[in-house]
Design a protein around this ligand. Structure first.
Ligand code: BTN
Length: 238
């Protein structure tokens, strides 16, 4: 269960970093949220510009955690975000591994970080969700926020509480159920990508979080780190 304790800050460097630096003093499930971040981070070393108006939060998972659970955490977090958006009549899809997309633009991103020397001791899950920011100048055309998509009233704390509630509900479900739902919202199946100069067609996302890609009639399994999914396309490029 997450969110039994919620820590709210006006500004931190990064909610992921706050959790990682203070994990000894934080309980499993603690949620840390901040109105702004001065050093917000995205995946692959990218900067996550974090001005006032959007949701920036992270939570700590430190009980009964194993590497095999990371895929489930990713599926569960992505799914909870999609379901929160649905509550505001916003139809979103999931771009593997962890971008939430509406109308071809990114509305949310997830940054999962692990720590532990010989074994995994904790996982920090960070979420950035565009809620109130109307225009995101540095991402013109690539990002979208909830306020552009709904006339429903939007309050950051309400959106965060809805996320926590849905994430906790999903906790009781089996991996098979969670994976099945994730796949229903996945937008990558059947799309083409370039892998080492060749065209590959995405066939599946496995329950362990790997991507199955068909290249020259053969199936290959990849981790997302090995692939760039920036340019997905519909095929018929030949
Ligand atoms: C991505 O799509 O690249 C992941 C973005 C994750 C951003 C969130 S905002 C809250 C948390 N703190 C960070 O520094 N990053 C994550």
């Amino acid at each position: 269960m997450i969110g039994k304790k919620i820590m709210q800050f006006d500004s931190v460097t990064s909610t992921n970093d706050f959790i990682k630096q203070n994990k000894q003093n934080l309980n499993h499930g603690t949620v840390v949220s901040s109105s702004m971040q001065s050093k917000g981070r995205g995946r692959k070393g990218q900067v996550w510009i974090s001005e006032k108006g959007n949701l920036y939060f992270s939570f700590l998972l430190s009980e009964n955690i194993a590497y095999k659970d990371i895929a489930r955490i990713l599926f569960q977090t992505s799914l909870a975000l999609v379901k929160v958006l649905e509550q505001f009549d916003i139809k979103a899809s999931i771009k593997y591994p962890n971008d939430i997309i509406v109308k071809g633009k990114k509305i949310a991103g997830i940054l999962i970080e692990t720590s532990g020397v010989s074994a995994l001791d904790c996982v920090t899950v960070g979420v950035g969700l565009n809620v109130l920011q109307k225009s995101i100048p540095h991402l013109e055309g690539k990002a979208i926020s909830m306020t552009e998509l709904t006339t429903n009233p939007l309050r950051l704390d309400d959106v965060l509480h809805r996320f926590i509630e849905i994430y906790n509900e999903l906790e009781d479900e089996t991996l098979s159920y969670i994976h099945g739902c994730y796949m229903k919202y996945s937008m990558v199946i059947g799309k083409y990508i370039e892998v080492s100069g060749k065209e590959g067609r995405i066939l599946d996302v496995t329950r362990s979080g790997h991507l199955v890609v068909e290249i020259d009639g053969e199936e290959h399994i990849y981790e997302d780190k090995e692939l760039s999914l920036e340019e997905l396309y519909e095929g018929n490029q030949k």
